[in-house]
Design a protein around this ligand. Structure first.
Ligand SMILES: NC(=O)c1ccc[n+]([C@@H]2O[C@H](COP(=O)([O-])OP(=O)(O)OC[C@H]3O[C@@H](n4cnc5c(N)ncnc54)[C@H](OP(=O)(O)O)[C@@H]3O)[C@@H](O)[C@H]2O)c1
Length: 339
């Protein structure tokens, strides 16, 4: 059990826990978002089951009261077992690690299986965290895929709440780790045009509060929401904020090459985040990812962090998060600022 309330991301969430809803399923519990959602739900008194592809003694030790269902979303029988007796299921699965040309089909297949199994088990609702992006604007295959997964899950009779986010800032999040590694390992940046593309990153705290809060507000059932931080910022500016925080003087020049694939390849050599993930995320930087509507605010009024505040939090929490993410942390002790 988690005992330090101050470390909880939902400690100031305005909604009331509703453990009486019944059993909640968290998929992708070994992943970044799932790994942070589970302890919050435990602390709020929910009965949990997690779906993981591999069981490990570490998982049991970390969450002794959580039921573990071992299975693959590509296997319908596994999903039927995992979804049996479930009230709400969080869908936090993606297959980007499979790389270009492979992940799209696999992700759609997994979502189709999940929708069908959820219907068969007649669960009450699904909550899916996907990606922002406007389909009319030539989206990257990753962002397009996130939208198609939302559509696929919503094709059935079980209502799906879709939360759409851009980059998520927290230690262990692939996009945060890439940004940090780039600044650490690159003294000179030759910036493409798309470095001026705007994005609306959100802190992991905000994402987890929205994920938990929407479950605790019945009226959000079956609705789609854009979630973002309170600041719109370019990738170029993100590099500058990160280098200031890390105390690293970096030099920026305009480049003539704009290919996101070339930049993706170079970035994959400079970060410890797996290459297929780095490349897919870099290619998505050409797309503006901004919240199109603020509907979520009608239901949940939470305090959002600025980009800089979210970075400071992430850098501050690195030591604590290393164990759960496996990512290497290199942030100097002197920068440990609590906010
Ligand atoms: N992180 C971000 O910055 C960000 C931003 C916007 C939206 N999102 C969305 O948030 C959701 C979760 O992302 P994340 O960052 O937590 O990703 P992640 O850390 O890569 O985790 C993905 C999870 O999916 C699981 N998975 C993949 N294929 C599976 C399958 N066939 N069956 C069962 N489980 C499977 C993985 O299990 P294994 O551990 O077995 O591999 C892993 O636990 C995704 O929908 C993503 O698009 C994330």
């Amino acid at each position: 059990m988690v005992s330090n309330l101050n470390n909880l991301l939902c400690s100031d969430l305005p909604t009331k826990p509703q453990p009486e809803l019944g059993k909640i399923l968290v998929t992708g519990a070994n992943g970044y978002i799932g790994g942070r959602l589970v302890p919050e739900l435990i602390e709020r008194g929910y009965q949990l089951r997690i779906l993981v592809r591999k069981e490990s003694p570490e998982l049991k030790a970390r969450w002794p009261d959580v039921e573990i269902s071992v299975g693959d979303a590509l296997n319908t029988a596994d999903l039927l077992k995992a979804l049996k007796g479930i009230h709400t299921a969080y869908y936090l699965i993606h297959s980007l690690l499979l790389g270009k040309n492979k992940f799209e089909k696999v992700d759609i297949k997994a979502a189709t299986n999940f929708r069908i199994a959820a219907e068969k088990q007649n669960i009450t609702r699904i909550i899916y965290l996907g990606g922002l992006g406007n389909t009319n604007k030539g989206l990257s295959s990753h962002l397009e895929n996130r939208i198609k997964v939302a559509q696929e899950l919503s094709n059935g009779t079980i209502p799906v709440t879709v939360l759409r986010a851009a980059m998520i800032i927290g230690s262990g999040s692939a996009s945060f780790e890439i940004l940090k590694n780039l600044v650490e390992n690159t003294p000179i940046f030759i910036l493409p045009k798309w470095a001026r593309t705007q994005s609306q990153p959100i802190s992991i705290r905000g994402v987890i509060q929205y994920l938990v809060g929407t479950m605790e507000i019945d009226e959000t059932t079956g609705k789609e929401f854009d979630i973002g931080g309170n600041e719109i910022i370019t990738y170029q500016k993100m590099l500058r904020v990160m280098s200031d925080l890390l105390g690293k003087k970096r030099y920026y020049f305009r480049g003539l090459v704009n290919s996101t694939s070339i930049y993706g390849f170079i970035a994959s050599l400079l970060t410890h985040v797996p290459s297929p993930l780095t490349r897919a995320l870099l290619v998505s930087c050409k797309n503006e990812v901004l919240c199109q509507n603020g509907d979520i605010k009608k239901y949940l009024n939470i305090k959002l962090l600025s980009f800089k505040e979210a970075l400071i939090r992430a850098l501050t929490n690195e030591g604590k998060d290393t164990k759960s993410t496996g990512y290497q942390n290199t942030f100097p002790q002197t920068h440990k600022i609590a906010i």
